[in-house]
Design a protein around this ligand. Structure first.
Ligand SMILES: NC(=O)c1ccc[n+]([C@@H]2O[C@H](COP(=O)([O-])OP(=O)(O)OC[C@H]3O[C@@H](n4cnc5c(N)ncnc54)[C@H](O)[C@@H]3O)[C@@H](O)[C@H]2O)c1
Length: 477
C-alpha cells in the first residue's frame, strides 16, 4: 500500500493537513499492519471544494459516458479482486475464503447492478403538461463501516457515479485499506478529477465536519444507530438529505411445519457468517415453545462444527471479530445473557480453546431467551444467537416486531403462502422466505431505527436524485 498516509482529492494523492495517524490492526494477530493518516476539517473542506467544482461538468455527462465509466471500473475491479480480498482479510479478519468468494465479489455485484440499472433508469417522466426530471442531488458525503467494507463502499459509490453526483468518502478508520485500493481503481478508470475524493479520519472529526458541511447536499451513512443519529443531527442545520443504513436485530421465524434439522442449521450458520458481524444477521431465532429443547440440541451440534481460527487456515470457517473493543463488548453481552437467566447451550465467554492471540470469540448459542433480555434487544455484532420461544403464529409476529430495529426478517414454512402472509406482517425493510438469498437488484434498507434509506439496484439511485417539476413543459403556444 503506497497511499496510507495520503488522501485522494481532486484526482491526486495529497498530503493531509494534520500529523495525526491511527494504526490498522490485524485482528487475527493483534499486530499493526498499516498506519493511516487521520484528516481534519481543512482536508474535508478541500475535498468538498473539489467535489463542488467537478459537479458542474460531471452532473451534465450523458448516460452513455457514465455507462462507459462504470464498465471501466468494473473491469479494473475484477482484475484486482484478489488484492481486495487480501486487504479485507488483513483489515477486518474475514477468513480468506469468505473474502475471496463473498466480501470482494460484493464490489463487483454492486457496480454491475448499478450499471444494469443505469441502462434503463427513467430520469424523466411526463405528467400531463409537466416534465418531471430526476437530477443528481449534488455533492454527497459517504461514510461507511468496517464489517463488509467493500460492499458498503460499492453500493454508495456506484449509484452516486451512475446518477451524476460527486462525492467525498470517509471509510471506516478501522478498515481503510480496501477503500484506498478502490480509490486506485477509480483513478485508473479515469473518474474525472474531483468527482471522487477520499479523506480518512474518525467520526467525531471528519464525519461530523462532513455531516454539518454547508456544501454537502446529501449524506449517505452506514454504521451504528448511535452514529447515524449524530449524522442526522449534524445535518439538520443545512436541511441536507440524510440516508441512513443502521443496525439490526433481525428475527428468524421458524413456523411449526418446517424441517427443523435443516432450517435451524441454516439459521445458526447465517447468524455466525462473517463472525456475526452483519447488520442483517438473523440473531433472534423464534421457534415454537414446544420445540425449544429439540432446536437447542440441533443448534448446539451445528455451532460446535464452526471452526474459529486463523483466516488463512484451510479449515477455518470463522475468523476473529474486528477489534479489542468489539471483543470486550461481546464478552460483556454474553456474560449479561448468563446473568439474566438465558440458558447457555454452547460457547460462552473467553477465547475458543487453542487460540490465545487474536480477537476470537466462541460461537455462542443461548436458548430459552425472552425478548426482554439484553441479548435479545441489543445488537451484539458477534457470533451469538438467541433462541426465543413463541406460543403461536401471532405471538411470533409480535415478538419479531417488538424491537426498535427494523432491518431484516426471515420466515420459513413448508407452506409458502403461510410464510408470505407472515412476511407481510413483519415491520422490516427486507424479509427472506425459506432461506432465499439477497438480491443485488432489489432494495436493501430498514424501517424504524435501522434507517431510512434504500440501497442497491435502481432503488439505490433515488437517494442520490432530486426531483424537479417543470410545469408547462409540454403546453402549446
Ligand atoms: N444497515 C446497513 O446496511 C448496515 C450495513 C453494515 C453495517 N451496519 C451497522 O454498522 C455498525 C458496525 O459498524 P461500525 O462499528 O463501523 O459503526 P460505527 O457507527 O462505529 O462507524 C461507522 C462509520 O461512522 C463513522 N462515525 C462514527 N461516529 C460518527 C459521527 N459522530 N459522525 C459521523 N460519522 C461517524 C465511523 O468513523 C465509521 O466510518 C453496526 O451497527 C451495523 O449494524 C449497517
Amino acid at each position: 500500500m503506497s497511499h496510507e498516509k495520503q488522501f485522494y482529492i481532486n484526482g491526486q494523492w495529497v498530503e493531509p493537513s494534520t500529523n495525526d495517524t491511527v494504526d490498522v490492526i490485524n485482528p487475527a494477530t493483534e499486530e499493526v499492519v498499516a498506519t493511516i493518516a487521520l484528516g481534519g476539517v481543512e482536508d474535508v473542506n478541500a475535498a468538498v471544494a473539489a467535489a463542488r467544482a467537478a459537479f458542474e461538468s460531471y452532473s451534465r455527462t450523458s448516460r452513455e459516458e457514465r455507462i462507459a465509466l462504470l464498465e471501466r471500473i468494473l473491469e479494473i475491479y475484477q482484475r484486482r479482486s484478489d488484492e481486495f480480498a487480501r486487504a479485507i482479510t488483513l483489515e477486518m479478519g474475514a477468513p480468506a475464503k469468505l473474502s475471496k468468494y463473498a466480501q470482494a465479489p460484493s464490489g463487483t455485484g454492486h457496480f454491475a447492478a448499478a450499471l444494469k440499472a443505469l441502462k434503463h433508469f427513467e430520469f424523466e417522466e411526463r405528467i400531463g403538461n409537466t416534465l418531471v426530471v430526476k437530477e443528481p442531488i449534488g455533492v454527497c458525503g459517504l461514510i461507511t463501516p468496517w464489517n463488509w467494507p467493500i460492499n458498503q463502499l460499492a453500493c454508495k459509490i456506484a449509484p452516486a457515479l451512475a446518477t451524476g453526483c460527486t462525492m467525498v468518502l470517509k471509510p471506516s478508520e478501522v478498515a481503510p485499506l480496501s477503500a484506498l485500493l478502490l480509490a486506485e481503481v477509480l483513478d485508473e478508470a479515469g473518474v474525472p478529477a474531483g468527482v471522487f475524493n477520499l479523506v480518512n479520519g474518525d467520526g467525531p472529526t471528519v464525519g461530523s465536519a462532513m455531516s454539518a458541511h454547508p456544501d454537502i447536499d446529501m449524506m449517505s451513512f452506514t454504521g451504528s444507530t448511535g452514529a447515524g443519529r449524530q449524522v442526522m443531527k449534524n445535518g439538520a442545520e443545512t436541511i441536507k438529505r440524510v440516508a441512513l443504513e443502521l443496525g439490526g436485530k433481525s428475527a428468524n421465524i421458524l413456523l411449526d411445519d418446517v424441517n427443523f434439522e435443516k432450517m435451524v442449521a441454516h439459521g445458526v450458520m447465517s447468524c455466525m457468517n462473517n463472525t456475526g458481524q452483519s447488520c442483517n444477521a438473523p440473531t433472534r431465532m423464534l421457534v415454537p415453545n414446544s420445540r425449544m429443547d429439540e432446536v437447542a440440541e440441533i443448534a448446539k451440534a451445528v455451532a460446535a462444527k464452526v471452526k474459529a481460527g486463523a483466516p488463512d487456515a484451510p479449515d477455518t470457517t470463522m475468523g476473529p471479530v474486528v477489534s479489542k473493543a468489539q471483543w470486550n463488548k461481546i464478552q460483556d453481552l454474553i456474560a449479561k445473557g448468563i446473568e439474566e437467566g438465558a440458558r447457555l447451550v454452547v460457547g460462552g465467554t473467553g477465547r475458543p480453546e487453542g487460540l490465545d492471540r487474536g480477537y476470537y470469540v466462541k460461537p455462542t448459542v443461548f436458548s430459552h431467551v425472552t425478548n426482554d433480555m439484553t441479548i435479545a434487544r441489543e445488537e451484539i455484532f458477534g457470533p451469538v444467537l438467541s433462541i426465543i420461544g413463541y406460543e403461536n403464529e401471532a405471538d411470533a409476529i409480535r415478538i419479531a416486531n417488538d424491537t426498535r430495529y427494523g432491518l431484516s426478517g426471515y420466515v420459513s414454512s413448508a407452506d409458502l403462502e403461510r410464510a408470505r402472509n407472515v412476511a407481510r406482517q413483519i415491520r422490516t425493510g427486507m424479509v427472506h422466505l425459506n432461506g432465499a438469498p439477497l438480491d443485488n437488484d432489489a432494495p436493501f434498507g430498514g424501517y424504524k431505527e435501522s434507517g431510512n434509506g434504500r440501497e442497491w439496484g435502481h432503488y439505490g439511485f433515488e437517494d442520490f436524485l432530486e426531483v424537479k417539476s417543470i410545469f408547462g413543459y409540454y403546453a402549446e403556444g
